[in-house]
Design a protein around this ligand. Structure first.
Ligand SMILES: Nc1ncnc2c1ncn2[C@@H]1O[C@H](COP(=O)(O)OP(=O)(O)OP(=O)(O)O)[C@@H](O)[C@H]1O
Length: 287
């Protein structure tokens, strides 16, 4: 059973072709990287899979766990329900800054809480307990009552992941979640996602600017260029030379600057990844 199936998806914004006949399928429980230079269509593709954008009216289809999300530019009748299966995190703007972290996480439970209670922020005790558990899971239990505006970028992303946990989504679409983070924070966020993928079998599609993270955390990478899928296969095959073949000089954008000091380090108990062997998993430390 595929978690995500995209068939012949095209999208134009005026004369700009953002997606051109994209075909892909992602199995339940996979963690797949989506890479591509700026403007290659990654965010647009994610928004379509999340059901917040509609494709062109050409012959296209998106299915979530076999159920139709959109077809030929129209959202399906069951699209609303399917959206609930998908949690989304972005590079920025994930949290309401003036609210404490726990309230931001509790937003994930809104679908289960009566409308008026949710509006007033009156969440039942069991949901609060679940929110605390989710924060513990992502390693930021101790800042549950801090205002979101005071969190570092990495902590904000982990809070956003906790919200997706509370939402009980089956799919996580993470749109450049580590683009503005320092390497250590980026690794922690990737570790948390890898852990959720492994232990909860959550299907994850994560767009990344730097291919090094794809090689370490995702067995499979889908690479896009100018709205098309130009590679779909093992991440380990994406050598810098191959990237140059795919992207020409734009490949520089996809590789961390400078030589990487690659050192093997035993991974923490809480952050293994099912599909990444100890041999291939390396610490990424810019030299
Ligand atoms: N709402 C929009 N209106 C007009 N053009 C858009 C819109 N959204 C995306 N585009 C265009 O579609 C193309 C693909 O954009 P998209 O944001 O999907 O790329 P991306 O790979 O996510 O880029 P980045 O890595 O910079 O976020 C770009 O040319 C972009 O300018």
């Amino acid at each position: 059973m595929y978690a995500i199936e995209v068939e012949k998806l095209s999208k134009h914004f005026g004369k700009t072709c953002a997606l051109s006949e994209v075909d892909l399928s992602i199995a339940r429980g996979e963690m797949v990287a989506l890479i591509g230079a700026s403007g290659s269509g990654k965010s647009t593709l994610m928004r379509h899979i999340a059901g917040i954008e509609r494709g062109d009216t050409s012959k296209s289809e998106i299915r979530i766990f076999g159920d139709l999300l959109q077809k030929e530019g129209r959202l399906a009748a069951g699209a609303r329900g399917l959206r609930g299966k998908t949690g989304v995190i972005f590079q920025q703007f994930n949290l309401v800054n003036r609210l404490p972290v726990i309230k931001n996480v509790l937003v994930g439970a809104l679908g289960r809480v009566a409308g008026w209670r949710g509006t007033l922020g009156l969440f039942p005790k069991n949901e609060k307990i679940l929110a605390i558990k989710a924060l513990k899971r992502v390693g930021i239990r101790d800042i549950a009552w801090q205002r979101a505006s005071t969190l570092s970028g990495g902590q904000q992303q982990r809070a956003a992941i906790a919200r997706v946990l509370l939402q009980r989504s089956d799919i996580l679409l993470a749109d450049e979640p580590i683009a503005s983070l320092d390497p250590a924070s980026a690794r922690r966020v990737m570790d948390v996602m890898a852990d959720i993928n492994k232990r909860d079998a959550m299907t994850i599609l994560v767009s990344l600017h730097q291919v090094e993270y794809a090689r370490v955390y995702c067995e499979r990478t889908i690479a896009m260029r100018d709205g098309r899928v130009v590679y779909d296969g093992p991440s380990k095959a994406l050598s810098n030379e191959f990237l140059t073949e795919l992207y020409g000089s734009a490949s520089e954008e996809l590789v961390l600057p400078g030589e990487l000091a690659v050192e093997s380090k035993p991974r923490p108990e809480s952050s293994p990844h099912r599909e990444t062997s100890d041999k291939t998993r390396k610490e990424l430390v810019p030299a």
